[in-house]
Design a protein around this ligand. Structure first.
Ligand code: GBP
Ligand code: ZN
Length: 302
């Protein structure tokens, strides 16, 4: 009997994810412990890299085929592939910034023949140029691409489902963070509104959100500044502090789309409390998005 079945108490509907297995391997120079989140059909190994980036090894449990999201540290990826005994077939690149796409070349040299998905011609090694609405597969898992231009013009978020549409995750790169969003380097508030409210905000509420950086405590501090009376934010700060104070620190990812709608000011731009803080009452969500981003660009947590 597999771990999944063992953990389902008799008569209780199984929670979507099994346990989060934390791998207390102290990898020197990384910011967090590696961790695995696993469902029946999909497993995700969280691989910290650089000072606060996350790479993700996505595994189709049935075929043991795997994809790697934003492999900036190829040696860490190769070790994870060996540890998990999976067949790596694909790189999913969220955007061209070096701390996400900067490992593509080196990984392709070490593991020739990988398919490389990306939505920007500034990304090294792209074999499959993707745009909004494109679909792909990793083993039995379905991938749907969401074009989310703003942080960069060619930014893509990858929404993954199993064949039963039971397990759902989205890799959001630097578009949506836990409690925040990416800087608008190459786009507008209107584009980020489309990305966060219309596209990502329409995904099923229980979709797990795996973002590109560990920024949760900084983002939540800003969220508390915007909405001092938001208890969901206070609770998430306490929970995140506990995770980050462990040695080694544990990742605060993933969150869910429903949770983001409760704690992320950039997903709450239609709320009267947020508009009141932004000074945009009655001006709508896009004006509020613009005002929040301008304030957050210079925000220093106390
Ligand atoms: C923090 O540590 O909380 N505020 C950040 C500081 C993404 S990385 C670092 C920062 O600005 N990070 C970027 C961001 O969008 N943060 C969201 C926020 O501050 O609210 N990057 O590495 C960044 O995209 C990069 C790489 C940028 C190449 C430009 C180029 Br060109
Ligand atoms: Zn970026």
């Amino acid at each position: 009997m597999g771990g999944w079945q063992r953990l389902i108490p008799n008569g209780v509907v199984a929670a979507y994810f099994r346990v989060e297995k934390l791998l207390k391997v102290g990898i020197r120079g990384t910011h967090s412990a590696q961790a695995i989140t696993a469902g029946r059909n999909m497993q995700i190994k969280i691989l910290p890299a650089l000072s606060d980036n996350y790479m993700y090894l996505l595994i189709d449990e049935k075929s043991r085929e795997a994809a790697i999201v934003d492999p900036v540290a190829p040696d860490t990826v190769i070790q994870a592939v060996l540890d998990e005994q999976v067949k790596l077939t694909t790189i999913l690149t969220t955007h061209h910034h070096w701390d996400h796409a900067g490992g593509n070349k080196d990984l392709l040299q070490k593991v020739p023949g990988l398919a490389v998905l990306g939505g920007d011609d500034r990304i090294d090694g792209v074999t499959n140029f993707v745009k909004d609405g494109d679909i792909a597969k990793i083993g039995n898992l379905n991938i749907k691409c969401y074009g989310t231009p703003c942080h960069t013009t060619g930014h893509i978020c990858y929404y993954i489902t199993d064949s039963e549409k039971d397990e759902k995750v989205v890799f959001t790169g630097d578009t949506l963070f836990l409690g925040g969003c990416g800087r608008f380097f190459e786009g507008t508030a209107e584009q980020m509104y489309t990305a966060l409210i219309e596209k990502l905000g329409s995904l099923p509420g229980d979709t797990k959100v795996y973002c590109g950086h560990e920024y949760s405590l900084q983002n939540l501090a800003y969220g508390a500044h915007v909405e001092p009376n938001n208890q969901h934010i206070e609770d998430k700060i306490k929970w995140s502090r506990e995770k980050r104070e462990l040695t080694p620190a544990e990742p605060t990812v993933p969150s869910t789309i429903d949770e983001e709608k409760l704690i992320n000011p950039f997903m709450r731009v239609e709320e009267t409390s947020v508009q009141s803080h932004a000074g945009t009452t009655g001006q709508g969500g896009i004006a509020t998005m613009k005002a929040l981003r301008a304030e957050k660009d210079n925000f220093k947590a106390k």
